[in-house]
Design a protein around this ligand. Structure first.
Ligand SMILES: Nc1ncnc2c1ncn2[C@@H]1O[C@H](COP(=O)(O)OP(=O)(O)OP(=O)(O)O)[C@@H](O)[C@H]1O
Length: 577
């Protein structure tokens, strides 16, 4: 499954909406570009006048005057171009900044299940390659397209004004230009979309190999991964070749379309001069215009090509916004802290339920341990209870309100999940803590760190809370990273916590130490602990045994041991270990 791709209409509507928000600056840029283009046209016009004046006999003073005017025009034009270019670049940056921020907002709120199903390569491709391509177009393409369009239009107008009869010759290339461009545009967008998709796949395969290099090594999968990479790279190359051929054909026909008008202007102009319908000066002007317009059209077509690439990328970027949200805040407020699961089913893949009609009623303040064999569905149940995924069937509620009806930020103040993965974000320790609560001050952060026994080592750091951590910064040990994650939880202050093997990464002594310091944090909260170590179960108020996606036993440790079923067997074997 891939993330959605927006259709051409959506891309158009959203792009125009984006540009409309900057219409003031856009108008100024267009006006300046038009002024710069007028300046560029004055030169051939004046040269045409000079040719006519010289051929009919003129004074040196006239030639000198014209020379001064020419220099003045060039200087003014250079100044206008500078400002036009500067404003266009600023406009490009502003539009891009807005686009990037909107995109980031969308990406960070994407339903996790959708991202997992689409694979990270797809999203990674969109946030890197596609964003880069759009950025390149907005930074350099849009300003150039504005300049070039203004230049071409005004050159044609100026040619008509200089000599309408001669200017007719300038349009001989137009039919060829239109045909070649139309044929190209028809095939370009799908071809570039395929190209982007293949790059995303290549990204995915490469990232997977690099991220799991240790597994690849351990299982001797190197050769297989290389073959797979070669396959995807070959397919990506294939799509590059298609787009390259498309461009080659376009540029060949455009070359013909450009050369024709210059030749036609000269031949047609000579005929008109001969017949006495125009002057040599006018033909000179129009021929100069025909030559002057060529590089502009050439460059414009280069940008039209780049625009197709950018549009394909934009449709992938806007496509991310089309992902259906998996939660819709209803505005309902939970009346109490009672978390309940009713008839909860969940399937990662359609039709393959890994949880079957699970009912669970958490008593506020209780500590429930979830145990069971590997793959039984413990983590999935934990994710349901924490509202990470909406259930495929049934519902999980807090105070009678389904978790999916709560806005994300509210949800986390009710239920939160702690997993084994503790990503440390690049930034300061304080930044990492404030992810939980943007308003947390130093006192609260220190209190949270103290609650998880982390304050001591944080205070030993030279810069304390302001120490840069994450990739390239101070390297936190797994235990420290876990403590930071737990301190974040303290700041979030949810009444219900789901701990998914939260202490399993640590060595047993560190784990027990952390659990002890945690118990202060956990007291008063409802805790669902998904446990590998059965001593967690022993200390819990109740134990739920999960097997094949069902809760097969539920009750206090002593009761379950006495019952002599699954749990009793697990407990016995663990004690023997
Ligand atoms: N992201 C996923 N996509 C598809 N299937 C998944 C995914 N995550 C888990 N599963 C499957 O769902 C089932 C339940 O997995 P889950 O991780 O919930 O079990 P668990 O009891 O927590 O196991 P463990 O103790 O090994 O972590 C397993 O069959 C697993 O293969």
């Amino acid at each position: 499954m891939q993330l959605p791709v927006a259709d051409a209409r959506t891309v158009r509507t959203r792009s125009f909406a984006l540009l409309r928000q900057h219409s003031g600056k856009l108008t100024r840029v267009v006006a300046l570009q038009a002024l710069a283009a007028v300046g560029a046209l004055a030169v051939p016009w004046l040269l045409g006048d000079l040719v006519d004046a010289v051929s009919s006999g003129t004074t040196a003073a006239f030639v000198n005057r014209l020379g001064i005017v020419l220099v003045a025009v060039v200087v003014v034009q250079a100044l206008v171009i500078r400002f036009a270019h500067r404003d266009a670049m600023i406009l490009g940056e502003e539009v891009f900044a807005q686009l990037r921020e909107e995109f980031l907002g969308t990406v960070t709120h994407l339903p996790l299940s959708t991202v997992e199903r689409a694979g990270t390569g797809d999203l990674l491709g969109r946030t890197t390659n596609d964003v880069d391509r759009v950025q390149w177009m907005l930074r350099f393409g849009v300003p150039r397209v504005l300049v070039l369009t203004a230049t071409i239009l005004l050159t044609l107008i100026a040619a008509v004004l200089a000599s309408p009869m001669t200017a007719i010759a300038m349009v001989v290339g137009v039919p060829l230009l239109v045909l070649a461009t139309r044929r190209y545009l028809k095939v370009a967008t799908p071809a570039y979309l395929r190209n982007s998709e293949e790059y995303a796949r290549l990204n995915g395969v490469l990232t997977e190999s690099v991220e799991h290099a240790a597994t690849v090594d351990a299982l001797g999968l190197g050769r297989r991964r290389r073959v797979r990479t070669d396959e995807v790279a070959a397919q990506t190359w294939g799509t590059e070749v298609v787009t390259l051929k498309m461009r080659l054909s376009l540029f060949f026909w455009l070359g013909v379309a450009f050369t024709l008008p210059i030749a036609a202007t000269l031949v047609w102009g000579a005929f008109l001069v001969d017949a006495g319908w125009t002057t040599i000066g006018a033909v000179t002007t129009v021929a100069l215009y025909a030559m002057q317009v060529r590089p502009s059209v050439d460059e414009l077509l280069f940008w039209v090509d780049e625009l197709q690439v950018a549009l394909a990328s934009l449709s992938r970027i806007f496509g991310v916004g089309l992902v259906e949200p998996d939660r819709r805040p209803s505005g309902a407020e939970p009346q109490d802290e009672h978390v309940e699961a009713r008839q909860v089913r969940y399937a990662y893949r359609e039709g393959m339920d890994v949880l079957h009609d699970v009912d669970l009623d958490l008593t506020p303040g209780e500590r429930l341990a979830v145990v069971g064999p590997s793959g039984a569905g413990k983590s999935t149940l934990g994710r349901m209870l924490a509202g990470i995924h909406p259930p495929t069937g049934g519902r999980v509620t807090v105070g009678e309100v389904p978790l999916v009806d709560l806005p994300e930020e509210d949800l986390r103040s009710h239920v939160a999940l702690v997993t084994q993965e503790h990503h440390v974000f690049v930034g300061t320790l304080a930044d990492n803590l404030r992810l939980a609560d943007t308003d947390a001050d130093e006192v609260r952060m220190r209190r949270a760190l103290a609650a998880v026994d982390a304050l001591e080592w944080v205070d030993r750091l030279e810069n304390g809370l302001e120490t840069e951590v994450g990739s390239g910064g101070y390297e936190l040990s797994p235990a420290q990273a876990q403590q930071v994650a737990l301190a974040r939880l303290v700041l979030l202050d949810p009444h219900t916590l789901v701990l998914d093997e939260a202490t399993s990464l640590l060595d047993p002594r560190a784990a027990r130490h952390l659990e002890r310091s945690l118990s202060a944090v956990l007291s008063g909260r409802t805790v669902v602990a998904i446990a590998h170590r059965l001593h967690t179960a022993h200390d819990a108020d109740r134990v739920a045994v999960v097997e094949d996606g069902r809760i097969v036993e539920l009750g206090p440790h002593e009761e379950l041991v006495a019952a002599g079923k699954e749990y009793a067997a697990l407990w016995q074997s663990w004690q023997q270990e």
